[in-house]
Ligand binder design. Structure first.
Ligand code: PMP
Length: 752
């Protein structure tokens, strides 16, 4: 250090009385010293052994010295040598001497609204000055910290521990890619500091004293200056969305943002947070992370986790309103939409809630409306792995860019997916046909059964629903026995629903005997049915599990009489029941045909029929089977991804753990609320049947609970022949916190 002291004396004629090494950032090789001269003036001396770092340091000194005098706060000023050079020689490389800026790190002081407002103003000033700076050196940098380069961090997602966290990051990057990247070129650009975090800001006497470090500067959209600063400022804040507003306002006062820029802020902030957690995960993975690198890791995750639950409209409206911009009138939009909808379609196309919800986006188990509200989705079982899952979006767009055709050609996706899907079935269920909906799958299953058996009558369960096609309605008691229906037709044998709660009989055996009698009567009349079709837990019928033992015994009789068993797994399949991947497994028998839909494509329209080779062979009677869309490469890629996500995110296990906990809590509530007549179901496929004091179905309570829950931002459905059953069938990423929130709200509503 003696040589540093004598160098400073030689070059500047300054007598240094005190010198200390500053612990540097291990990512940089520069050496830093804190110096004090005899009159108490303080300096920082930096030495750059690395040529690349030197180039940047020279640019930093040039720019800070150029703009320093125009700012109302300090930026490090490099002291020129008597020869007017900013750098001088040291034995290890070039060196520079800077004036020291007094103050505490923003990280170490209380961040009051006033201080954050001031900081916003100072960042705005910085923007105004940097706007005037030209720097080919900074403009040519390509940094992964630069928000516009968010895609450079994608490969690091694999380093993130925990499938859920990887999913969040992919989701936010997806939004950035969708909303920001296409308009990057329209945004105002300039040199930006790019890293105004709480360790680069110095505070003295409640004022912003200085801003340091151009180490992450690039030429970028200007709005990323404030979005990045906001990302850092929002970490570790109780009420981050509110507390960051003064900073935004301060910035806007000095450098007014355009509405289009404000509308991109949320996606830019989350992109910064994601870049940050990608970086810490990579460092952690290679065990390279310094304390400094990992400092923001936890708060960044906390903020992202919170952010997933917040409606993007809410965030953007908060920012827009704070800056005096008008927000979209979603209320009028909703009314107009409803009017238009009435014009273009009929009331037969039903809609939930009055007024209906105008949905604008979604994330996993959350749905977001145009007004800025977040709904916890507990009733949509189609987005099985979650709404807007980024891997699903990617599967769709990737495949549609390459090839989308139909099954008259050979392509990998069909066979790859078919093999994968069949691997989830017992070995004799080894043939698959693909269609575009549950209804089409039911229809095809029956066509196969009729062709194979050369018979036509169909045995069904009371309250069952299997599809919207003409045949679907004919075999769905839920429809033909419901409003506008005309009762069972001659083509069906309807069996009483083997319901263990308030059913016709008390035991499975009685139900089975009754079913056998009815089928035998038809056989005696010369009409042996071709098949029996049923769900193992009836969904539309009111979440009713078939009496334990019923299917095994009935299936035995059906087999003996050459009647095929069709399991409708449209609602119950793909791990929703937790303990079982397919609902037929809970009844310990193997159906002849399985019908698949809803969750199979997470919302992408696909359905499938799985059967044995014997039955499939019987179906190949010369009349070909063709579906224009069934089994197309895009659908197969999506459905394959659904299975991948179920495995990667352990969603069946989640359905079991969360479903059992939720059911236990519901059962516990039952003793408190008499009207909860029955709590039933498996995994994340549960039902609460509401009854009056005398035990009769109470649709009024069910409807009130459903509507009150909606007022409290939870979506559930009601169903069953008496519409008195609350249906719970959320996306499988539904978690324990969600369950607790639901229980608390349900309890509150029922207590009231
Ligand atoms: N089967 C069951 C059990 C269903 O719940 C449904 C849809 N509610 C269908 C079949 C028909 O499926 P989709 O609406 O895809 O035609």
């Amino acid at each position: 250090m003696e040589e540093v002291i004598s160098l400073v004396k030689d070059v500047f004629d300054i007598n240094i009385s005190n010198i200390k090494v500053i612990d540097g950032d291990v990512n940089y090789s520069s050496l830093k010293y804190s110096l004090k001269d005899e009159s108490g003036n303080r300096y920082v001396l930096k030495i750059y052994p690395d040529e690349d770092e030197l180039l940047l340091a020279q640019e930093e000194s040039r720019i800070f010295n150029e703009i320093g005098s125009s700012l109302t706060f300090k930026v490090p000023q490099t002291i020129p040598t008597p020869q007017k050079s900013l750098f001088f020689n040291h034995e290890k490389g070039k060196a520079k001497l800077q004036q020291y800026i007094e103050g505490d790190l923003l990280a170490d002081v209380q961040q009051t609204p006033e201080l954050l407002h001031l900081l916003g103003e100072k960042i705005g000033e910085l923007t105004l000055q940097l706007n005037k700076v030209k720097s080919p050196v900074l403009a040519s940098r390509k940094l992964f910290w630069d928000v516009q380069n968010a895609p450079l961090s994608y490969f690091k997602i694999d380093f993130i521990e925990g499938a859920e966290r990887r999913k969040w990051v992919r989701y936010f990057f997806d939004r950035f890619e969708h909303n920001v990247i296409p308009v990057l070129h329209e945004l105002r650009q300039a040199i930006v500091h790019g890293d105004v975090n709480d360790r680069n800001v110095l505070v003295k006497n409640g004022e912003v004293e200085g801003i340091l470090d151009l180490g992450d500067s690039t030429h970028a959209p200007i709005m990323f200056e404030i979005s990045t600063a906001m990302a850092y400022a929002m970490m570790n804040k109780q009420n981050a969305f509110k507390e960051v507003i003064p900073m935004l306002k301060g910035y806007n006062k000095m450098f007014p943002l355009k509405k289009a820029e404000v509308e991109l802020l949320a996606d830019a902030i989350t992109a910064t947070l994601c870049i940050s957690v990608c970086n810490s995960s990579e460092k952690r993975h290679f065990q390279e992370g310094t304390e400094y690198d990992l400092l923001s890791e936890k708060p960044a995750w906390d903020l992202l986790e919170k952010w997933i639950t917040i409606n993007p409209v809410f965030v953007t409206n908060t920012f827009l309103t704070a800056l005096g911009f008008e927000i979209n009138d979603a209320e009028s939009k909703r009314s107009a939409l409803l009017e238009s909808r009435k014009k273009v379609t009929s009331d037969a196309l039903s809609i939930s809630y009055d007024p209906p919800i105008y949905m604008t986006s979604s994330a996993f188990q959350y749905m977001f409306d145009g007004l800025g509200n977040t709904y916890l989705d507990m009733c949509n079982n189609i987005p099985h792995v979650g709404h807007s899952h980024p891997l699903i979006s990617k599967a769709i767009s990737n495949q549609t860019r390459m090839l989308n055709t139909n099954t008259i050609y050979l392509y990998d996706e069909f066979t790859d997916y078919a093999e994968k899907l069949l691997s989830y079935f017992p070995s004799q269920l080894n043939k698959v046909f693909m269609v575009n909906s549950g209804s089409a799958a039911t229809d095809l299953a029956l066509r196969i059964a009729r062709t194979h058996t050369k018979r036509s009558k169909i045995t069904i369960l009371e309250s069952g629903y299997h599809g919207n096609s003409t045949l679907g309605i004919e075999i769905s008691s839920y429809k033909f026995d419901g409003k506008g229906g005309q009762g069972a037709g001659a083509s069906v044998i309807k069996l009483p629903l083997p319901n263990m709660y308030n059913g016709t009989f008390n035991t499975a055996d009685e139900y089975v005997q009754d079913a056998i009698e009815r089928i035998k009567t038809s056989i005696a009349e010369g009409e042996t049915p071709c098949a029996f079709i049923g769900e193992m837990i009836l969904g539309c019928g009111g979440q009713v599990p078939l009496a334990p033992g019923y299917m095994k015994a009935l299936n035995q009789f059906l087999q003996e009489n050459g009647i095929l068993t069709i399991a409708d797994e449209v609602q119950t399949g793909f791990g929703r029941l937790g303990k079982w991947f397919w609902a037929f497994e809970m009844h310990d028998f193997i159906p002849d045909i399985v019908v698949l839909g809803k969750p199979i494509g997470n919302g992408h329209p696909i359905g499938a029929v799985v059967t044995t080779s014997e039955i499939a062979d019987g179906f190949a009677n010369g009349m070909e089977f063709f579906s224009s869309f069934g089994g197309n490469p895009v659908s197969c890629a999506v459905a394959h991804t659904v299975l991948h996500i179920i495995e990667e995110e352990k969603l069946q296990e989640n359905a079991k753990v969360v479903g059992e906990a939720l059911k236990d809590k519901l059962v516990a509530l039952q003793s408190k609320h008499q009207c909860m007549g029955d709590v039933r179901g498996e995994g994340l496929f549960l039902g609460i049947e509401f009854t009056s004091a005398d035990g009769t179905p109470d649709s009024a309570i069910a409807s009130k609970v459903k509507n009150e829950l909606k007022e409290q931002f939870i979506l559930v459905g009601t169903d069953g022949p008496n519409n008195n059953v609350l249906k719970i069938k959320p996306p499988l990423c539904f978690d324990l916190n969600n369950a607790n929130e639901f229980i608390a709200k349900l309890d509150g509503i029922l207590s009231a």
